[in-house]
Design a protein around this ligand. Structure first.
Ligand SMILES: [Fe+2]
Length: 604
């Protein structure tokens, strides 16, 4: 039975699931070219149905993620949490402002949160009715529509794509359907809920407040805070520990504040000369501590030693490494689309899982073989796009990988567009920019070419076979590290040779590439290793500035030319850029801000 999963909130999208396997998954942002686009995913639904050749009439069910939310039929961008509220004058925003002002009353007035959601419920009911109408009238979908709680959809995305039979499943995010976390004990596909945390007690929100206070967009640029954190000191630990904590397995908003009020409270307690690195470092360490205590508590209570995670908080690769090192945890899996972009997959899997239980089918973990679940283009489309752009190119079937390995070894930057587009926030080889990993200044000049501000070094794609040579204690995360979902501490060998990808705290966030997951990408890294002895390359997503990852050959060519990269490996073609990266590189020679982790002072 084929199931269509849909999410229509932030980073909306759609997925098609069959027999517990994800056949296609796409997010609206890639098609509309609007980063983290929210709203009803019209184009994603069309795309996944087309990719899987599914007749809408043959669908066995539709799974909608999130029960309580206002409908947004048009697709719009996500300017940042507070910016989105300022732009909008709808009822939801008014409620948000009131909630911000009266957040302190929540623990004192029983039922206040419930009343808040009850007041908004007519708008939620309208969304549910209207979406069923849209599916019927605009898509010809008559299958039964089922609605899944935001956090249950996160939980099912994590559990069913892990290879665990029994597991502790923990979800954590800013908030969705009134909650910021669910905890489940799962065995053989049967979920038993152990804990629910109200959105009021959200750890993710405190991280978002700091993102905004540091001048970035909340619920969009949290990765910048994670990168900055390694360069600061935990100077405001006491302040944050008085705001948010974990007590006996429960998240507690000790500050009793929300939204703008919470930011005001933090800022008024900071000294006038606070440094954003220190604020970032503090919130990161406190978030690690709270998440560690929370997961450890429920791991002890449940007795599970396998842990599966999803929810926006687990986009934080350092938190994930901390959970991996808990004495209570043997094996860890993080869903590759861990934030809300993964809710369509999660809802689809929730629907499938419930049908399996109903039918009494013994549970077989479907796992996740790969994330190449988007669209792909054939030779004809690609060569046409190259010709249209006036680029010179060679057709190199069977030897493209060795030619690319050669160029990487010669220090050139090569963008790669190949096969099906990745699902989830990370580029994992098919829409990727590649470079050799030994040059620490790459983080300056390549970010400048790509028009990005980043504080985290680029990530490495490494041969799976070389894991032990490159990383300390990878046991228990080998499956999840295929998707760049956790940091690992690097070996001295790696730190010495791969200065461009090792952070000042001695970690990197690798993609471990197995031959069976992506044969062509694996071969490129192998060709590079053959020439240099280093079994890893830099992999940064193929996009420019704040745009989503490229989707079509035209997107790829535009981003390639815009960034003045050296080569474009697209399908079996290799094109040379007209400009090249040398001028920008030269500018940064000898004045890199990054330095090699081997010689950097340790911030922790
Ligand atoms: Fe979420």
């Amino acid at each position: 039975m084929r199931i269509l999963g849909i999410t229509d909130g932030q980073t909306s999208g759609a997925a098609v699931i069959e027999d517990g396997r994800v056949l296609a998954a796409v997010n609206e942002e890639r098609i509309g070219r609007i980063k983290m686009a929210r709203g009803f995913p019209w184009e994603s639904i069309r795309e996944v149905l087309k990719l899987t050749a599914t007749d809408p009439k043959d669908l066995g069910g539709v799974a909608m993620a999130q029960v309580d939310m206002e409908l947004r039929e048009e697709v719009v961008g996500w300017p940042g949490w507070f910016e989105a509220r300022a732009e909008e004058k709808d009822l939801h925003t008014k409620f948000f402002q009131v909630a911000s002002r009266f957040g302190g009353l929540v623990p004192k007035v029983p039922g206040l949160m419930k009343a808040y959601y009850a007041l908004r419920s007519p708008a939620f009911a309208h969304r549910r009715k209207r979406i069923e109408e849209i599916l019927r009238e605009d898509f010809g979908i008559t299958a039964k529509v089922r609605w899944f709680h935001h956090h249950y959809a996160h939980a099912t995305s994590a559990y069913y794509t892990s290879r665990f039979d029994d597991a502790l499943v923990v979800t954590m995010d800013g908030g969705g359907d009134g909650h910021c976390s669910h905890v489940y004990s799962v065995k053989g596909g049967h979920f038993k809920k152990l804990n629910t945390a109200d959105a009021y007690d959200s750890l993710g929100n405190y991280y978002a407040y700091v993102t905004a206070i540091c001048g970035f967009k909340a619920k969009r640029h949290e990765g910048k805070i994670t990168g900055l954190a390694a360069r600061g000191k935990p100077a405001f630990r006491e302040l944050f520990e008085s705001m948010i904590g974990c007590e006996d397995g429960h998240l507690v908003n000790r500050g009793q504040v929300l939204f703008k009020k919470a930011m005001e409270r933090i800022v008024e307690r900071l000294p006038s000369d606070w440094a954003r690195e220190d604020l970032a470092c503090t919130v990161q360490l406190v978030a690690e501590q709270v998440a560690r205590e929370y997961v450890a508590h429920w791991a002890r209570v449940s007795g599970h030693r396998n842990v599966a995670l999803a929810g926006g908080l687990f986009a934080n690769v350092r938190i994930n490494e901390e959970i991996h090192h808990l004495p209570e945890v043997d094996n860890l899996f993080i869903h590759p689309g861990m934030a809300d972009e993964g809710l369509a997959v999660g809802a689809g899997l929730a629907y499938w899982g419930s049908e399996q239980r109903k039918a009494g089918v013994p549970y077989e973990p479907p796992g996740m073989d790969h994330v190449y679940l988007g669209n792909e283009y054939g030779e004809k489309d690609i060569s046409l796009a190259l010709r249209d752009a006036g680029l010179e190119f060679d057709h190199l079937p069977g030897r493209l990988e060795s030619e690319v390995g050669e160029r990487l070894a010669a220090g050139r930057v090569v963008a790669r567009f190949s096969g099906r587009m990745e699902y989830g926030p990370r580029a994992l080889g098919n829409r990727t920019i590649m470079y050799q990993p030994g040059d620490p200044s790459v983080n300056d000049w390549l970010n400048e070419l790509l028009k990005r501000t980043e504080f985290m070094p680029f990530a490495p794609s490494a041969l799976y076979e070389a894991t032990d040579q490159l990383f300390e204690e990878p046991k228990g995360v080998l499956d999840t590290a295929r998707f760049m979902t956790t940091t690992l501490h690097c070996t001295p060998w790696m730190t010495e040779r791969c200065g461009g990808v090792v952070h000042v705290d001695g970690t990197a966030r690798p993609q471990l590439v197995r031959q069976e997951d992506n044969a062509s990408y694996w071969r490129i890294i192998e060709e590079y290793r053959r020439r240099t002895g280093v079994p890893a390359i830099i992999n940064t997503s193929f996009n420019v500035h704040e745009e989503p990852i490229v989707r079509t050959p035209d997107d790829a060519i535009r981003a390639f030319l815009d960034s003045a990269l050296d080569y474009l490996a697209i399908g079996d073609f290799l094109a040379k850029g007209p400009v090249g990266s040398d001028a920008t590189r030269k500018k940064w020679e000898g004045r890199s801000k990054w330095g090699n982790a081997a010689h950097a002072p340790t911030a922790r």
